[in-house]
Design a protein around this ligand. Structure first.
Ligand code: PRX
Length: 635
């Protein structure tokens, strides 16, 4: 028997050793014993990090939805699969059983087929956190269409860029969405995006807000009447292990988002196995991850990982502050949530509100608490531990990425002793390495370096859609034969890892990855702007906030700076979305540059963080004089 469920610290070490000594044998056992296959693989793993190419379970045939739905029908057909909690607390929660979910996914899959979607076609999904979002994801997977979910907070421009990048044929959206007290005109955003997307043939529209919207004849279809007509059986398309399952966009250090491609078999095996162990999921548990399915956390740990384990997974449409800051805890009490997985930014925002919002609720059902998305600071970690976990529920600080598909460094609850702000130890099969600036591995403990992974794991993203060269350059060029994560990390005296943050041009704001390049591109579109540079600075709720240094074409004298700031933030909102707005905008006469003309963001970052004593030698700059001017005018 394989070690599918790890229950003790010694067992973790045993299984870990086995998984790295003979990874092929280890993953083969897991795959064989815990999933249904239409055909077995001919080879467990082939890989090359130089080329780069990774294949797991080659030649195997499967459909991930048979693993997430069909196989549970005989044993768990009436168990709740999806538990939907609406934005409005007075709206009755919806319990969708495995049988019902299976039928709804099949119906939806038949609608996709009827509208001409075939295996390999790309379908974009731009929906709020309503059941149709999870159902449409699974419906695509059912027929082998490649889903690309785009977070419903992105702007029309960001949406059309992504639709065009993957050349999607269809988009699935809704008439509108609720976010707390606000109603958002999602369909209006889609309409605007579609002015610029020649490949889109049809739009399916779910009804949610009953807002008045425009439906374009021959292109837009209300979803419900089509579902009503559709058959509730749909044979699963038989997929190759390495067929793409989905594309999910993430920011990078150039303006263009990267469409990370995840494939079927390895992704399924790894997300299911990590879910089971990292959350210690047991039958009858009610698991809740507060992320949006528009991000990788939602893909892997609201939809695929939990459903592959026959779990009950909660989907929440709203926000933590509506109708008040007790909403999360109200939901925990109401549904007797056992595992709760959220982001440090949410924890910090809730901690600020004080204990009265927590103390009203019975949180005794909780067994495991999780955090993901950015480093968690010590204060937030303790607040979570004391107020939510009552010091009884272990905190799993899970480090991973869109690119890794699943959790990579994490404690295993009730096994790994936790340590505040530390993601602790590599998960089974994961071989991390810390590298120095000269490309050498740093061995031993109590060291700090750049975090790489030495050996492939089953859910590593296989490529960037349409740009394998960029995939190679971004992840496999910095260090020989290693996957480079873009993060810095330290390893303490016992070998525990602590992630210190990004070492590239990505800034994490409220748990969202934001590349500086696309924001700067948006600012530079303003006719008064000559150039700009964005850096992050610490923020007590968002983790980081954005500081923009902007030089204007003429000196800017006589211009209304507040007005310009508003216009710049509006441009960012239009091009990317409100999540990328700047907290501070400083107008300067120049930006510090190297002699080859590269903007020295490192210096700007130090100034924005109030660390001007650590600027180092600035005399070699092309224009050292601007540094003092920038410091003098700091906001
Ligand atoms: O910098 C790391 C940070 O989030 C980045 C990945 O972001 P994304 O692809 O959006 O995926 C987020 C959800 C998996 C990482 O490179 N990050 C993620 N988890 C942690 C973290 N930083 C510190 N601690 C974590 N637990």
């Amino acid at each position: 028997m394989s070690n599918y469920h790890i229950k003790a610290f010694e067992e973790y070490f045993q299984v870990y050793r086995k998984s790295v000594r003979n990874p092929e044998q280890f993953w083969e056992e897991i795959a064989e014993e815990h999933f249904v296959w239409r055909k077995k693989w001919s080879n467990v793993l082939s890989w090359d990090f130089k080329n780069p190419e990774v294949k797991w379970f080659e030649d195997a045939k499967l459909n991930i939805t048979e693993n997430c739905l069909d196989r549970h029908l005989s044993t768990k057909g009436d168990k709740t699969a999806l538990l939907f909690e609406a934005n409005d607390p007075n709206e009755t929660a919806e319990h969708i059983t495995y049988k019902q979910l299976h039928a709804r996914v099949c119906k939806f899959a038949n609608v996709l087929k009827e509208k001409g979607i075939e295996k390999g076609d790309r379908v974009c999904i731009y929906l709020p956190m309503i059941p149709e979002l999870a159902i449409s994801v699974l419906a695509c997977a059912r027929i082998g269409a490649i889903h690309s979910v785009i977070f419903a907070g992105f702007s029309a421009t960001a949406l059309s860029t992504r639709i065009n990048d993957c050349d999607a044929k269809m988009i699935i959206t809704s008439d509108g969405s609720y976010r707390g007290a606000k109603t958002i005109d999602l369909k209006g955003i889609v309409d605007e995006a579609l002015n610029d997307t020649p490949g889109i043939e049809s739009v399916l529209v779910a009804k949610r807000t009953h807002s008045k919207i425009i439906m374009k004849d021959g292109r837009d279809y209300w979803l419900q009447p089509l579902l009503d007509e559709a058959n509730e059986n749909c044979d699963a398309e038989i997929m190759d292990a390495e067929d793409p399952l989905f594309i999910l966009y993430t920011s990078g250090s150039t303006g263009k988002p990267k469409g990370m491609v995840h494939t079927s078999a390895g992704y399924m095996v790894y997300t299911a196995y990590t879910f089971k162990n990292v959350f210690q999921y047991k039958e009858n548990d009610v698991y809740w991850c507060t992320a949006d399915i528009g991000w990788i956390t939602g893909h892997s740990y609201i939809v695929y990982g939990p459903l592959a384990n026959g779990a009950t997974t909660v989907m929440f449409e709203g926000v933590p502050s509506y109708p008040d800051y007790g909403r999360f805890w109200n939901i925990v009490e109401k549904h007797k949530v056992t595992q709760f997985y959220t982001a440090p930014t949410a924890i910090r925002a809730l901690a600020k509100q004080g204990a009265e919002f927590v103390d009203k609720y019975d949180l005794s059902s909780l067994k495991v608490l999780g955090t993901v998305g950015e480093p968690i600071n010590e204060e937030a970690w303790h607040w979570y531990d004391e107020n939510i976990g009552k010091k009884k529920s272990p905190i799993v600080d899970t480090w991973w990425q869109t690119e890794t598909g699943g959790i990579m460094i994490t404690p295993i609850p009730f096994s790994t002793p936790t340590k505040p702000t530390y993601a602790t130890l590599p998960f089974i099969g994961i071989q991390p390495a810390l590298m120095d600036e000269n490309g050498k591995e740093i061995n031993g403990n109590q060291v700090e370096g750049r975090l790489c992974i030495k050996f492939p794991w089953p859910s590593i993203a296989r490529t960037i859609w349409g740009n394998h060269k960029r995939y190679k350059e971004t992840y496999f060029s910095a260090y020989d034969n290693m996957y480079f994560t873009g993060d810095g990390a330290l390893r303490d005296e016992v070998g525990y890892y602590r992630i210190t943050g990004r070492v590239d041009d990505v800034i994490i704001v409220s748990g969202h990855n934001l590349g500086t390049a696309p924001i700067e591109d948006a600012i530079n579109e303003h006719q008064a702007v000559s150039e700009s540079a964005i850096v992050g600075f610490p923020h007590d709720v968002k983790g980081n906030a954005l500081y923009g240094y902007v030089t204007l074409k003429d000196s800017g004298e006589g211009q209304n700076h507040d007005h310009l700031r508003k216009e710049i933030n509006q441009l960012i909102t239009d091009r990317i979305g409100p999540i990328a707005k700047l907290d501070k905008i400083q107008f300067t006469n120049g930006l510090p540059k190297t002699r080859s003309g590269k903007i020295m963001r490192r210096i700007l970052r130090k100034i924005a963080c109030n660390e001007t004593d650590q600027l180092g030698d600035t005399s070699t700059l092309l224009n050292p004089e601007v540094v003092q001017e920038i410091i003098k005018n700091t906001l």
